[in-house]
Write a protein that binds this ligand. Structure first.
Ligand SMILES: *[C@@H]1O[C@H](CO)[C@@H](O)[C@H](O)[C@H]1NC(C)=O
Ligand SMILES: *[C@@H]1O[C@H](CO)[C@@H](O)[C@H](O)[C@H]1NC(C)=O
Ligand SMILES: *[C@@H]1O[C@H](CO)[C@@H](O)[C@H](O)[C@H]1NC(C)=O
Ligand SMILES: *[C@@H]1O[C@H](CO)[C@@H](O)[C@H](O)[C@H]1NC(C)=O
Ligand SMILES: *[C@@H]1O[C@H](CO)[C@@H](O)[C@H](O)[C@H]1NC(C)=O
Ligand SMILES: *[C@@H]1O[C@H](CO)[C@@H](O)[C@H](O)[C@H]1NC(C)=O
Ligand SMILES: *[C@@H]1O[C@H](CO)[C@@H](O)[C@H](O)[C@H]1NC(C)=O
Ligand SMILES: *[C@@H]1O[C@H](CO)[C@@H](O)[C@H](O)[C@H]1NC(C)=O
Length: 344
């Protein structure tokens, strides 16, 4: 019965076709044009990116979308919603995440600075990830590593996982950063990574710290273990007992080299979004930490670190050949390093 019924209109249609063919043809062409027009329109809308918000073409919504974050238009490239492979962001799945990298040099206070950042409930700074050579073997391994960090899939003692709203790492200039700077700047720009420069004003103090730390790698002054950072005044006092001898023949050129490297790093990365900090300024004035929290757009908290400074007090106490060092730097551009602890 059903078959017979459905056949009737078909027959009549086939029968009538030759007679009304001009009109039918016109209709077919018109339909075709309309379908084409709708198709082209939908493609255009898709490319412009109107479809998701316009919402008239996609009737079904599978996932509840996150509310639009309330941010300035210039800020949009720096706000992300990563979906980690290894866990679910749970109640914080809609919290936007910002990507950062602390760009620094060894013995510039970045270890201390990082413990301060990690004291924030919403910041995960995953340490000196590129100290491992394999990870910085080439640009592809670097990007692979960064992708994992920024997708919140890098699990370290610092990761706060689901409620992280700023994720990053500590990256020393000599860990592939200068070598591959062009590609890394491009990555920072396309992925919306912000840079936090942390350098030390007093490069002489930095040099003493480098020498002492390198000495302790062999000497292991703290009960036979080498420590780069300490958590008690007693430990600091033991480490500071060692007074390095500074080779004054190389002193000026060494200081110049460090200075040039920081200038270069700044000029390479100056087109990325960045903030510039001197370690001494953060020590002296904690409002610099507020600036950093504002830069990372995290709620402002009073950040604390358990780390204790190793070399404090006048520099003259920490160097074997202080007179010679003084003489070498007197009258040079580095004179101010010997004058005062925290001066420009
Ligand atoms: C921040 O430091 C304080 C004091 O040391 C500590 O009580 C608190 O648990 C730390 N918070 C985080 C998130 O590490
Ligand atoms: C990059 O380094 C890794 C690890 O050393 C290696 O497996 C890979 O082939 C290298 N890729 C390129 C493009 O050189
Ligand atoms: C910060 O973390 C807490 C939980 O530790 C979470 O409730 C809060 O939403 C997070 N804030 C941001 C801005 O991500
Ligand atoms: C070294 O070990 C001794 C005994 O185990 C301990 O009392 C002392 O505090 C340790 N010193 C440091 C600097 O860790
Ligand atoms: C200082 O460095 C120069 C050049 O490397 C070297 O010739 C000299 O022996 C060094 N002086 C000391 C005291 O180590
Ligand atoms: C970045 O540094 C280069 C080289 O020092 C300089 O020519 C350029 O003007 C700087 N750009 C910005 C945006 O500061
Ligand atoms: C600390 O730094 C802020 C700017 O970051 C400045 O306004 C303030 O005067 C400084 N305070 C002191 C005591 O130097
Ligand atoms: C630095 O040099 C000046 C002369 O140029 C001298 O008067 C001064 O005592 C020197 N200072 C030190 C600390 O050697």
């Amino acid at each position: 019965m059903g078959d017979e019924h459905s056949l009737i209109p078909k027959d009549s249609f086939v029968f009538k076709l030759p007679k009304k063919s001009p009109l039918v043809l016109r209709m077919v062409v018109l339909m075709f044009v309309m379908v084409c027009a709708v198709y082209i329109c939908s493609i255009c809308l898709k490319q412009i990116g109107v479809v998701p918000s316009a919402g008239f073409l996609n009737v079904e919504v599978f996932e509840k979308p996150c509310p639009e974050p309330n941010i300035e238009p210039w800020d949009i490239p720096y706000v992300h919603h990563p979906k980690p492979k290894t866990y679910n962001r749970e109640e914080c799945s809609c919290n936007p995440v910002r990507y950062f990298a602390i760009l620094s040099m060894q013995r510039s206070g970045s270890g201390w600075f990082e413990t301060l950042l990690n004291n924030h409930t919403n910041i995960s700074s995953n340490g000196e990830i590129f100290s491992v050579k394999d990870r910085r073997a080439n640009v592809s391994t670097i990007f692979e590593t960064l992708d994992k960090v920024y997708n919140l899939d890098w699990l370290s003692s610092a990761s706060k996982n689901e409620c992280t709203s700023a994720v990053g790492l500590k990256w020393m200039l000599n860990q592939g950063l200068m070598k591959h700077h062009e590609e890394i700047v491009e990555y920072f720009k396309t992925r919306g990574v912000s840079a936090i420069f942390l350098f030390r004003r007093n490069l002489l103090r930095r040099m003493i710290s480098v020498l002492a730390n390198s000495y302790d790698k062999d000497a292991k002054l703290l009960n036979g273990t080498h420590k780069s950072h300490v958590h008690s005044p007693k430990e600091a006092e033991i480490l500071a007992r060692y007074k390095p001898l500074i080779n004054t023949t190389l002193l000026i050129s060494d200081l110049k080299q460090v200075q040039e490297m920081t200038t270069k790093a700044l000029s390479y990365f100056n087109t990325t979004r960045h903030i510039f900090l001197y370690y001494e300024d953060v020590v002296k004035n904690r409002t610099r930490l507020d600036d950093v929290q504002e830069f990372l757009k995290v709620p402002k908290l009073n950040l604390k670190s358990r780390q204790v400074k190793i070399h404090h007090g006048p520099l003259s106490q920490h160097v074997q050949n202080w007179e010679e060092v003084q003489k070498t730097l007197n009258g040079t551009g580095f004179e101010n390093f010997i004058l005062e602890d925290y001066r420009k």
